[in-house]
Ligand binder design. Structure first.
Ligand SMILES: Cc1cc2nc3c(=O)[nH]c(=O)nc-3n(C[C@H](O)[C@H](O)[C@H](O)COP(=O)(O)OP(=O)(O)OC[C@H]3O[C@@H](n4cnc5c(N)ncnc54)[C@H](O)[C@@H]3O)c2cc1C
Length: 474
């Protein structure tokens, strides 16, 4: 057995997962079907929780250099309200960044930690057994690993091979998106943008520099989703929607996306797991898909590593589905709601006006932004104070910032009592004794994903929770 984990797909989810596994010395191979990285310069927004994850692994500075900071608010159904004051995060903004750049940075991070990435290697078959999984590539080569994770996107081969159901709603609308040159002056484009934009269709032509424009226009009925769109499709649809094709020519890239909403029935079948778009898809409203996938990877990474390293408690790996499936179901629901709020019909427009007014109430605005930015997530870890199961923000601690102590992906006992110990788990859990920590509790046990697994001041209770999350002491 050469690999502990094979990951199908080197998108943002696969790259993040590979890096998380490498923090624990897991032997990882990422198989990516494309020979070259994707060139679609789609700008995506990293929301607060994802920025926090990047900070937790010491990546944020590097990523921030390539992005543009924008205000955190106004992403729920594009309702133009600023974020409420005092959002509880040191990273309360949105970072706009081209998707290929974030993928490259995460892939470099994973490779830097020792992950292997093979391009031009499409997973085409899998055979799980009691000891591992045999993975077959499209060219017939067979590889072996102990676990396989399908991070292979919306049309996931792994999900289909597993026979996992993907119920939900099919796409009702498709949109063409690409980058190309135009043959008309900018003033003509600006006039049409004002005219057509006013009737709420997904339509724009935006200058990208060097004579190139980003073009978005509704697609006609799509007969074969596997077939990429052509320049002729763009010309035809621009004419149909605006009356002119703006003389578009010389495309850099052309793509199409739909508004299907689906959630995998299961995230795990034995030794094979699913994460990211392979497990859930929804329209890109609110900019949550990549964030959700990267956060899946962050939740799964340390648990799968624990399983491979042999210290995982029996139920640990199953908490991945138990925690992340409901989170994805909530995101799907909020995108369904946002889609309705963007409808041009009179009923939804009235609801939009009502919600816009309600968002003047701080609690309403805060609730919605905490959903979209994922800082409101509380995993169900049983009875306990409100903080249990939530993330801890990047609070000030004696050596500096809390997140600087989480770069290695280990657990952390943050202890204001100065009398607790996690010494018997010291190969998995760090201990910071700091009576001055800006923490509203005597002590907390943090998981490697920064969520609070225990709150208290009793050593016996702490030992039980260390065992629950980090296995038997060594
Ligand atoms: C227009 C648009 C705007 C968006 N904006 C945002 C945004 O602002 N914020 C946000 O969070 N999200 C956004 N998204 C969503 C985001 O792009 C996706 O959710 C994200 O790419 C999912 O990442 P992933 O790694 O799970 O899957 P993907 O990015 O799809 O990566 C899957 C990878 O697997 C590879 N692969 C596929 N099949 C195989 C196989 N058989 N073997 C090996 N490799 C395989 C693919 O080549 C690909 O590299 C947007 C999406 C669209 C369409």
């Amino acid at each position: 057995m050469i690999f502990d984990v094979i990951i199908a797909g080197c998108g943002p989810t696969g790259a993040m997962l590979a890096a998380e596994l490498r923090l624990h010395d897991v032997r990882v191979l990422v198989l990516e079907k494309e020979t070259e990285p994707v060139s679609f310069v789609r700008i995506v927004g990293l929301h607060i929780r994802s920025l926090e994850l990047m900070a937790m692994r010491g990546l944020l500075e590097r990523i921030r250099e390539h992005g543009r900071q924008r205000p955190a608010g106004a992403y729920f159904a594009a309702i133009d309200k600023p974020a409420p004051a005092g959002l509880d995060s040191a990273y309360a903004y949105l970072l706009g960044i081209p998707q290929p750049v974030i993928v490259r940075l995460l892939e470099e991070h994973a490779i830097g930690l020792g992950a292997q990435v093979r391009r031009g290697a499409a997973v085409a078959g899998l055979e799980p057994d009691d000891e591992g999984v045999t993975v077959e590539l499209a060219d017939g080569e067979r590889l072996r690993s102990r676990y396989l994770v399908g991070c292979d996107g919306a049309r996931s081969t792994v999900r289909k091979l597993l026979g996992v159901g993907f119920p939900g709603e099919p796409a009702r609308n498709d949109t063409l998106m690409g980058e190309m040159e135009v043959g008309v002056p900018p003033e003509q484009i600006a006039t049409k943008m004002t005219e057509i934009g006013a009737i709420h269709r997904p339509f724009w032509l935006r200058p990208m520099g060097a004579g190139s424009y980003s073009v978005v226009v509704p697609a006609a009925g799509v007969s074969d989703r596997a077939e990429p769109p052509t320049l002729a499709d763009f010309q035809q649809q621009l004419r149909a929607v605006t009356g002119t094709d703006f003389g578009v020519h010389s495309p850099r890239w052309l793509s199409r996306f739909g508004d299907a909403t689906r959630l995998a029935e299961r995230y795990r079948v034995g030794r094979v797991l699913l994460a990211g778009d392979a497990a859930h898809i929804h329209p890109p409203i609110g900019g949550q898909g990549l964030n959700l996938g990267v956060q899946d990877a962050f939740n799964l990474g340390w648990k799968l590593a624990a399983q491979v390293r042999g210290w995982a408690p029996d139920t640990l790996l199953d908490t991945y589905q138990a925690e992340r499936h409901p989170v994805a179901a909530d995101v799907l629901d909020n995108t369904r709601a946002q889609a309705e709020l963007l409808s041009p019909e009179p009923g939804p427009r009235a609801v939009r006006r009502l919600l816009t007014a309600l968002m003047d109430f701080d609690q309403v605005n805060r609730y919605l932004i905490e959903q979209v930015t994922a800082i409101g997530i509380r995993y169900d870890l049983g009875e306990g104070p409100d903080l249990l199961g939530r993330r801890l923000p990047d609070i000030a601690v004696k050596p500096g910032r809390l997140y600087d102590l989480l770069h290695r992906g280990r657990g952390l006992l943050l202890d204001r009592t100065e009398r607790l110990t996690a010494a018997r788990w010291s190969d998995r859990v760090d201990h910071l004794s700091d009576p001055t920590a800006a923490l509203d509790a005597p002590a907390v046990l943090l998981r490697p994903d920064g969520h609070v697994a225990w709150i208290g001041d009793d050593q016996h209770d702490l030992d039980a929770h260390l065992t629950r999350w980090f296995g038997k002491p060594s």
